[in-house]
Write a new protein. Structure first.
Length: 186
């Protein structure tokens, strides 16, 4: 675990730092996504995901190094995404989308709509801390990750996620894997 790591709620003042973390993590993770980290995808990040998801910022010594976006059951984002469509995400950057359990609280579950860690902070426990934060708040977790994003798939396997299905992503013609992490039992 990284010393001086803090996870706190996202505020609108974090927008530029969060977008920088996302873009820098997503580009190398998604070389098959045209214009990843820029253009329309950046605009969606700013105008949809950072506005409508339950976002958290990971900081090391006061500097943003990670972003976690959670979607709760029934969350529908203005662009039509949420529990029924794609949203950006994973530690190294991956496309994520899943369905979640109904309700709220530690046993209800949530979807990780996006989890990004700045490249220089990867391997320092930031992503693991963000997953633990999400699990402590919501119990069971789900997400989708591109099959080609092997680094993210390995990270999620190490943090207790298992594959529960797969589907073709209509937008990019890539395979998305549905991953699930059950709530911890006492």
């Amino acid at each position: 675990m990284t010393d001086h790591l803090t996870i706190r709620p996202y505020t609108p003042a974090d927008e530029d730092a969060a977008v920088r973390v996302w873009a820098r993590a997503a580009r190398p993770a998604h070389p098959f996504v045209p214009d990843e980290g820029t253009g329309v995808r950046e605009r969606k990040m700013r105008e949809v995901y950072l506005v409508h998801a339950d976002n958290w910022v990971a900081e090391i010594d006061g500097r943003a190094v990670g972003v976690l976006g959670l979607l709760h059951s029934g969350t529908a984002l203005p662009d039509g995404s949420g529990t029924e469509a794609a949203a950006p995400g994973t530690e190294t950057g991956a496309e994520t989308r899943t369905e979640t359990s109904a309700g709220s609280g530690p046993e209800a579950g949530a979807e990780i709509g996006g989890l990004f860690v700045a490249p220089e902070a990867q391997g320092r426990g930031v992503g693991r801390a963000l997953v633990a934060h999400a699990a402590a708040r919501h119990g069971a977790l789900t997400l989708e990750v591109y099959e080609k994003n092997t680094a993210a798939r390995e990270f999620y396997a190490r943090t207790g996620f298992t594959e529960q299905g797969r589907r073709d992503d209509d937008e990019y013609g890539e395979v998305l894997l549905r991953l699930v992490r059950p709530a911890a039992t006492a």
